[in-house]
Write a protein that binds this ligand. Structure first.
Ligand code: COA
Length: 177
């Protein structure tokens, strides 16, 4: 059953990764929830991984944009973002991007990000913000190569002990035609 209304015509569903594997990026569906919880639980330590109830309510929110990446008919990653209104502008707040360890460094994370970024643009936004642990070097590099800039440090953001960077990516508004 389809949950997301966010699929935008024109975004490719299917992309060839650098190693020629085929990756499908599609909107999250209700029956994906178990798999997304499983993936989040192996991508993050206990206490940082999202509880099922939270993920479920987030995914069903009309302000959320969620995409899953499928390789070989198996979901290997997902991205969730919320679109908020700030000073009359739409801003994307990236909640998470998770890719299973065995599917990393193939471009799956980039495809997921491109899909949610396009969805933010489609809703009239031109900015995404996120928080990332200062200890998560892989994710920091990933976001920097996508064009994010570090905007500040949030003390004890995770588990009341680990600091986070807040990062932001802005892009030019797409020309209206
Ligand atoms: C961060 C994450 C989503 C990246 O996913 P991915 O599918 O491996 O990313 P991609 O293959 O699209 O990487 C694109 C580029 O990002 C950078 N990058 C990604 N992972 C990196 C790493 N471990 N070390 C250095 N650079 C990295 C590289 O520039 C990479 O390009 P390259 O492989 O050609 O060098 C993945 O590592 C992950 O799920 N980590 C655990 C969950 C997490 O921390 N999520 C972020 C939450 S804030």
């Amino acid at each position: 059953m389809q949950r997301s209304q966010d699929w935008i015509p024109g975004i490719p569903y299917v992309s060839a990764l650098e190693n020629a594997e085929i990756c499908t990026v599609r909107p999250e569906q209700l029956d994906d929830l178990d798999r997304l919880c499983e993936i989040d639980a192996v991508c993050f330590p206990a206490g940082i991984a999202y509880p099922r109830e939270y993920l479920s309510s987030l995914l069903s929110s009309p302000t959320s944009i969620a995409r899953v990446a499928v390789l070989d008919e198996t979901i290997v990653g997902f991205a969730v973002l919320e679109v908020r209104e700030r000073a009359l502008k739409k801003v994307g707040e990236l909640v998470t991007i998770d890719v299973l360890a065995e599917a990393r460094r193939k471009g799956v994370g980039q495809l997921l990000h491109a899909s949610v970024e396009r969805a933010v643009s489609h809703r009239g936004g031109n900015k995404i913000r996120l928080q990332v642990s200062v200890e998560n070097e892989a994710a920091i590099r990933f976001y920097k190569q996508l064009g994010y800039r570090t905007r500040g440090r949030i003390p004890r953001y995770y588990l009341n002990t680990i600091d986070a960077w807040w990062m932001e990516k802005k892009w030019k508004d797409e020309p209206k035609s």
